[in-house]
Design a protein around this ligand. Structure first.
Ligand SMILES: Nc1ncnc2c1ncn2[C@@H]1O[C@H](COP(=O)(O)OP(=O)(O)OP(=O)(O)O)[C@@H](O)[C@H]1O
Ligand SMILES: [Mg+2]
Length: 254
C-alpha cells in the first residue's frame, strides 16, 4: 500500500488523501461484511474486481451524463476520486423482490415488481442503517427536497441504464444501493454519484438460470463467491487477468 495519509477505514474500502486538494484515493479491500457487520470474512480478489467493475460502470454512466466522483483508476486496487460531502443516505432501487423487501413484506423473492421502487436508509451503523421516509430526511436536514429530487432523477437514470447494460450480458439487475455526495465548485453545489457500484451492493442474477452473482453468495453461504464476482467482470468484458482478446468490451448475449 502506498505511503499516504489514511483518512478513513470502512468495511470494504480505505480512503487516503489524494495527490491534489479535493481528491481522494479509494482502496478496495477483500474484506466482506454482512448483516451490519455481524458476519465477517474475506473474498479473495474481491477488491480488484470491485475496483474494476465500479470503474467500468461509473465511466459508462459518465458517458450518458450522470455526474460521478470517479476520476481514474490508479492500479489494481485503487482509484482516484473527487472528495465529496457524503449525503448520509443509502438510496436503494428495487426491480425484483429480494432481501429485506421479501422478508419484511412477504413478497416472494424473484417476483418482478410492477414498477421500480426507491427506498432510503439512514447511513448509521450504530442504528443498523434504518429505513427512513422523505419526511425524516428533510425534517432532520440530511438532504433538502431539491437534493432528493436530484437524487431520485439520477437514480432512475442509473437504474434504466444499468438494467439495460446488464441485460445485454445476460444479467438481471434485481436491486442495488447508491450513495451520493455534494460537490462544491465555485459556490455552486452539484449532487454526484459516489462510493462504488459493484456486486457488493447490487443483486445480480443470471437472466436465464437465476443464479446469484453477488454478495448474497457470501451472506447466504452459497459458496463460489469469488467466482460470482469474476463472472460479472467476465461478462462485462473487463476481467483484469484476462488477455487483450477479452478486454474489448461487453460480451453480447441473446
Ligand atoms: N467521493 C467520496 N468522498 C468522500 N467519501 C466517500 C466518497 N465515496 C465514498 N465515500 C465514503 O467512503 C467510505 C467507503 O468505505 P466503505 O464502503 O468501506 O465504508 P463502510 O464500511 O460501508 O462504511 P459507511 O457506513 O460509512 O458506508 C464510506 O463511508 C463512503 O460513504
Ligand atoms: Mg460502504
Amino acid at each position: 500500500m502506498a505511503r499516504r495519509r489514511q483518512l478513513y477505514e470502512g468495511k470494504a474500502k480505505i480512503l487516503f488523501e489524494g495527490p491534489e486538494p479535493g481528491t481522494l484515493v479509494q482502496y478496495f479491500k477483500d474484506d466482506a461484511t454482512a448483516f451490519n457487520a455481524q458476519k465477517k470474512g474475506t473474498i479473495t480478489g474481491k477488491g480488484v474486481l470491485n475496483n474494476r467493475i465500479s470503474e467500468y460502470l461509473m465511466t459508462r454512466l459518465a458517458e450518458i451524463g450522470v455526474p460521478t466522483h470517479f476520476i481514474r483508476r490508479l492500479n489494481m486496487r485503487e482509484q482516484l476520486i473527487r472528495e465529496v460531502e457524503i449525503i448520509p443516505l443509502e438510496v436503494v432501487v428495487r426491480n425484483v423482490a429480494a432481501g429485506s423487501l421479501s422478508s419484511r413484506l412477504g413478497i416472494p423473492e424473484g417476483q418482478r415488481l410492477p414498477r421500480s421502487i426507491i427506498e432510503y436508509y439512514y447511513k448509521n451503523d450504530q442504528l443498523g442503517d434504518p429505513m427512513v421516509a422523505e419526511e425524516h430526511i428533510t425534517c432532520f436536514g440530511w438532504a433538502s427536497t431539491q437534493d432528493l429530487d436530484d437524487m431520485v432523477a439520477l437514480t432512475l437514470r442509473v437504474n434504466d441504464f444499468l438494467t439495460g447494460l446488464f441485460l445485454g450480458v445476460g444479467i438481471t439487475l434485481v436491486d442495488f444501493k447508491l450513495e451520493f455526495g455534494r460537490l462544491w465548485e465555485n459556490e455552486e453545489m452539484r449532487i454526484v454519484l459516489a462510493d462504488e457500484i459493484s456486486p457488493d451492493n447490487c443483486r445480480l442474477w443470471d437472466a436465464k438460470t437465476g443464479e446469484k452473482m453477488d454478495k448474497d453468495r457470501f451472506r447466504r453461504d452459497l459458496g463460489k463467491v469469488e467466482e460470482g464476482y469474476q463472472e460479472v467482470a467476465r461478462r462485462l468484458g473487463i476481467l483484469p487477468e484476462a488477455g487483450p482478446r477479452d478486454m474489448t468490451g461487453p460480451e453480447s448475449m441473446q
